[in-house]
Design a binder for this molecule. Structure first.
Ligand code: FMN
Length: 312
């Protein structure tokens, strides 16, 4: 079940999605079973988060506008990082920031013993670019990743937003700027309205859609990114079962993250790992990594035809 993501070896390809997992889960699962632990994004500035309500259910998914409440880097270094030291599982720290410079500073301050890799949540607004997410533009992606690469020797993963035109070009920009992996992807921007009150269901009006509803979109993006970069792609969006995870691997992911499913079933990740082990045994697959990119697509289908296929 072992996979290698850049310089980091994971005992299996399953890990939590940032913001959907915390130390509380240790009451229902052994973190030593996971490929990695991924923390909620932390920011250099203290933040209280968005107005409530911050979550609502949708058909086959949910919307959230949590807004990344943060107790800052010092609290994270002193309280959270040591607590995860209780498990022999790599700790991936998700960082978020308002500017490229601040991203760099956060990486420097979080490059401490106990942290195995940094996941850069560049799906958040860049305050130097009208609040557009960094990963909506090649230029801002390069600026943020390059600023971080200069300040840390740890493996650096870039978490992309699906709210962009050409995600393959963004993935390539992250790779060129020094990312060791891309995580595809964060939530899709959405909105829901209560027809009785006529008010948006989220206090922040709009929010991020996640869960099974987004899976076909993100599988497509993983497929595109895997063809665009040489670094590993980590798939994230709507994974609830082992079959979902395997679909992502076949599309080109080297590993996967599970988010919303853990709210329904806190032990969902364990079920995904056990189901993948069973699938490998039943299909005589000796190494799970063999599945990465193993989707069978007609070899005659040219790049151009594939590009056209996504436009219909
Ligand atoms: C309540 C909630 C909080 C989230 N917080 C973060 C976060 O802090 N940083 C981040 O990069 N992604 C965050 N995400 C996005 C998830 O990590 C993941 O990319 C997304 O939910 C898609 O995966 P899923 O369909 O398995 O949930 C959050 C998602 C949810 C539902």
């Amino acid at each position: 079940m072992r996979v290698t993501i850049g310089g980091l070896t994971l005992k299996n390809p399953v890990m939590p999605a940032s913001g959907t997992f915390g130390l509380e889960h240790s009451r229902v699962m052994d973190f030593a079973r996971l490929g990695a632990c991924v923390t909620k994004s932390v920011t250099p500035k203290l933040r209280t988060g968005n107005p409530t309500p911050r979550v609502c259910e949708t058909d086959a998914g949910m919307l959230n506008s949590i807004g990344i409440p943060s107790k800052g880097l010092r609290h994270f270094r002193e309280q959270i990082v040591p607590a995860f030291g209780a498990w022999d599982t790599p700790l991936v720290v998700s960082v978020s920031a308002d500017t490229a410079e601040e991203f760099g500073q956060a990486c420097a301050e979080l490059s401490v013993p106990g942290v195995a890799a940094i996941e850069a949540n560049i799906s958040c607004p860049n305050l130097e670019a009208d609040g557009m997410a960094f990963a909506m533009s090649v230029r801002d992606t390069v600026a943020a990743i390059a600023a971080m690469r200069a300040r840390t020797a740890l493996p650096l993963w870039a978490k992309l937003t699906p709210n962009t035109g050409d995600i393959g070009a963004i993935a390539r920009a992250a790779e060129d700027a020094g990312a060791e992996a891309v995580v595809v992807a964060n939530t899709l921007l959405g909105m829901a309205i209560d027809v009785n009150t006529r008010m948006p269901k989220l206090g922040n009006v709009m929010g991020g859609l996640s869960g099974p509803a987004v899976k076909p979109i993100i599988v497509r993006m993983v497929y595109q990114c895997a063809r665009a970069v040489r670094i590993p792609v980590i798939g994230c969006g709507g994974i609830a079962t082992a079959e979902d995870a395997i679909e992502y691997l076949l599309a080109g992911a080297a590993a996967v993250q599970v988010g919303t499913a853990s709210f329904l079933h806190p032990r969902a990740m364990i079920a995904v790992i056990e189901g993948m082990e069973r699938y490998c045994a039943e299909h005589s697959i000796s190494r799970v990594a063999e599945l990465t990119g193993a989707v069978v697509v007609d070899a005659q289908l040219s790049e151009r035809a594939l590009r056209h296929a996504i436009q219909v």
